[in-house]
Design a protein around this ligand. Sequence first.
Ligand SMILES: NC(=O)c1ccc[n+]([C@@H]2O[C@H](COP(=O)([O-])OP(=O)(O)OC[C@H]3O[C@@H](n4cnc5c(N)ncnc54)[C@H](OP(=O)(O)O)[C@@H]3O)[C@@H](O)[C@H]2O)c1
Length: 242
Amino acid sequence: MTEPTRIALITGASRGLGLVIARVLGKRGYSLVVNGRDPEALAAAEAELSQEAPAVVPVAGDITDAQVRLNLIDAARGLGGLDVLVNNASELGTIGPLLAFDVPRMGRLFPVNVGAPTVLMQLAAPLLAERRGLIVNITSDAATAAYPGWGPYGATKAALELVTRTLVAELRGQGVSAILVDPGDIRTRMHQQAFPGEDISDRPLPEVTVPFWNWLFDQDPENIRGQRFAAQQEDARWLQQA
Ligand SMILES: NC(=O)c1ccc[n+]([C@@H]2O[C@H](COP(=O)([O-])OP(=O)(O)OC[C@H]3O[C@@H](n4cnc5c(N)ncnc54)[C@H](OP(=O)(O)O)[C@@H]3O)[C@@H](O)[C@H]2O)c1
């Protein structure tokens, strides 16, 4: 009997880390559902990813839009189901001291960085359960370290970590695993926003995480459930395979 094609949904896959993860999964034979707000950037990613992945379905739009989330899940269902959900899309918000922070702007950060990933997990769980699937939530060291100026962003990532760990406890024995991945500093548009006007050319490109992703997608999701990984950590488990 031939194995069914595996399917992955990656939010924020039009550039940066999300595109790198989508490339790894496409090369490994996954069909992909990819997302980002800018339709042109997403179409460019789709064209590139289609060279290797068996199928690529782009769903352009903001993950805070309920219809976009439904369309993402429908696209995965249309491909046959879901093995991997990667909640990668996220926003940094305004950088600056908390005492001067425009608190109403928090109203945008939590829906993007916590609310949308949580709803996607809710919608995806039944599909993932059919295939012993894996949820990968992208976090940051800002979730645990108190970096001056990044408080609101860090608060959203800390919340995402707690939501993820809670879900892992609640889904025990139900065929859905979830993990957290901190990619470490990587040279992307978001990183440049975090260091406005600074030269960030010494930071590695997001491709530095490729050995980790290849190792990760070789694992049985059940064996890694609930773990938090630092993708750039010098860990023999994934560097041996590089
Ligand atoms: N860069 C770092 O050093 C670093 C460190 C730790 C953690 N991270 C985490 O790594 C992940 C990826 O970040 P990155 O550095 O690769 O960022 P990036 O280069 O800015 O890419 C973000 C991606 O998400 C999409 N996106 C952003 N907001 C969205 C929304 N509301 N709805 C749908 N798509 C949205 C973007 O496309 P559009 O703009 O077209 O929507 C883009 O495809 C994030 O979760 C980030 O918090 C990054």
